[in-house]
Ligand binder design. Structure first.
Ligand code: ADP
Length: 494
């Protein structure tokens, strides 16, 4: 009998469910977008009930549309927007506040105070993270401090915390399972990534009772099973990972030195560093890539604020193009020797510059600069920033990727991916299945359920759609990159 895996991908703007077969091929998907709630400047929330409802509905839809029934589904994998925080009442199952989304900046002041108290080295040492509102700890603290009665209820053991994976698991299992996986735990700023346990000092620092926290499991584990009435059968949930880590797995980056980069609105790069937790001197994040059979594989993570968003700006801000996809033909026909650079520092610059006050610029304009050259510079800026991240990772002592596997909306653009390979002097591989996040969760679930027997088998299932090899002279590459560094120097304040 054929076996199927239901993969739940609960993202920031939509909930999706994809059904995969035993070969890891996607058969059917359902998706629902949901409302983003902005109560105040810098605050971003989701309604947890909406997250639950949309997730449940897309699961039901995907099974129905694939003409399967719940008994055909061997197991479920969950991947999710990371760091987003839900606190709910153990007895009623009701969240006591909206989910505070990873993008939410309301705890910026708390974070600043912690930094001024000199706590960053200790927190970074334990968690691999920098003090930032991004991560769950200060969000939980905010809920306990600001919702009436919450602190007392938490102390009495009546409240539970979860990132979105935990919250969904708890609901799917009818309140039986309060668990998470090591990758999601590693983004809370409460989890000691070296000892693999919740850190008592950090719990004290943020005044969070340990009883609120989920049990931390491997990414492939027996997380619980669904209430039969939800999907039509009791289905085991056997895989969980945060979205970027799930993509690392979906891209089968299982060896140290393999990296994946996702090019959407922004870009997230994760490099597998194996058994070594590389501590960054360049403000990159040390994180758990995955944990299987109790063995941790560490990773180093860097992000670019503006990737596809630069192309959106060329389209909507400058109105140089009507569709993002037009950028490819324009860049192809641009003067490849033009010295135009676009530094998309619209909201400051991230790693390795960390200059929140930097603002964007277009440099190197001449009389013969046209739309094509500016569009090409926009695409190139994404590649230069990727090289910046890799240079920072190398400076931290990580070995540079032997191959970079890419995904996300931007990588349909062949010109962009070729330039990336040229600039990095690395092979860049684009997979056949670009739904790498959902695929990673399916792999994890299938590993525990016996559909897949090993990472080696999964590695063999991963198929390259197109490989881009470097085709640029070293001197040209370095001249181009030096030009970028020069353009960046012009927009930074130090
Ligand atoms: P997200 O998941 O962040 O919403 P997607 O992975 O869907 O993003 O990618 C969308 C982004 O990719 C948009 O910013 C868009 O400008 C960019 N994009 C889409 N197609 C192309 C293309 N052919 N060339 C360059 N950029 C593109």
């Amino acid at each position: 009998m054929a076996k199927y895996i239901l993969s739940i991908d609960q993202g920031t703007t939509s909930s999706r469910a994809i059904i995969f077969n035993e070969q890891g091929l996607p058969l059917q998907q359902a998706q629902q977008e949901f409302e983003q709630i902005f109560p105040e400047d810098g605050w971003v929330e989701h309604d947890p009930e909406t997250i639950w409802q949309t997730t449940l509905e897309v699961c039901q839809q995907a099974i129905r549309q694939a003409r399967l029934n719940a008994f055909d589904i061997t197991c479920i994998g969950i991947t999710n927007q990371r760091e987003t925080t839900v606190v709910w009442d153990k007895n009623t199952g009701k969240p006591i506040y909206n989910a505070i989304v990873w993008q939410d900046r309301r705890t910026a002041e708390t974070c600043e105070t912690l930094r001024q108290q000199g706590r960053e080295p200790i927190i970074a040492g334990k968690t691999g993270l920098l003090i930032d509102p991004y991560f769950s700890a200060t969000k939980i603290h905010w809920i306990l401090e600001n919702i009436e009665g919450a602190k007392e209820k938490a102390q009495q053991g009546e409240l539970l915390f979860g990132t979105i994976d935990s919250f969904l698991l708890w609901r799917l299992s009818g309140g039986k399972s309060h668990k998470t996986d090591a990758t999601n735990a590693s983004r809370t700023m409460l989890f000691n990534i070296h000892e693999q346990q919740w850190d008592n000092d950090l719990l004290d620092l943020f005044s969070i009772p340990k009883s609120m926290l989920p049990e931390v499991c491997d990414c492939s584990a027996d997380f619980g099973s669904t209430l039969p009435e939800l999907l039509g059968a009791e289905i085991p949930i056997t895989g969980i990972a945060g979205d970027q880590q799930a993509a690392l797995i979906g891209q089968a980056c299982f060896k140290p030195g393999m990296a994946k980069s996702t090019y959407g609105t922004g870009c997230f790069m994760i490099l597998n560093t194996g058994k070594t937790a590389v501590q960054s001197e360049n403000r990159l994040l040390t994180t758990i890539g995955y944990r299987l059979n109790g063995d941790v594989t560490y990773a180093i993570e860097g992000s670019i604020f503006i990737a596809g968003a630069a192309i959106q700006w060329l389209r909507d801000g400058l109105q140089l193009i009507d569709h993002a996809s037009q950028s490819e033909a324009l860049a192809e026909s641009a003067d490849q020797k033009s010295g135009v650079y676009l530094v998309p520092a619209f909201t400051g610059l991230g790693a390795p510059y960390w200059d929140p006050n930097a603002r964007g610029a277009i440099t190197g304009l001449t009389r013969d600069t046209g739309i094509k050259e500016i569009v090409a510079a926009g695409l190139r800026s994404v590649c230069y920033q990727t090289r910046d991240l890799l240079e920072a990772m190398a400076a931290d002592g990580a070995s540079l990727p032997s191959t970079l596997r890419v995904d996300g909306g931007m990588v349909q653009n062949n010109w962009l991916v070729q330039f990336l390979a040229n600039l990095l002097n690395t092979d860049v591989e684009r997979p056949q299945i670009t739904e790498t996040t959902a695929l990673g969760a399916a792999y994890l679930a299938g590993l525990h359920s016996g559909i897949f027997c090993s990472l080696e088998q999964i590695q063999k299932l991963w198929a390259c759609e197109q490989k881009f090899s470097p085709e640029m002279k070293e001197a040209t590459r370095e001249k181009l990159y030096q030009g970028w560094l020069d353009a960046v120097r012009r927009v930074t304040s130090h």
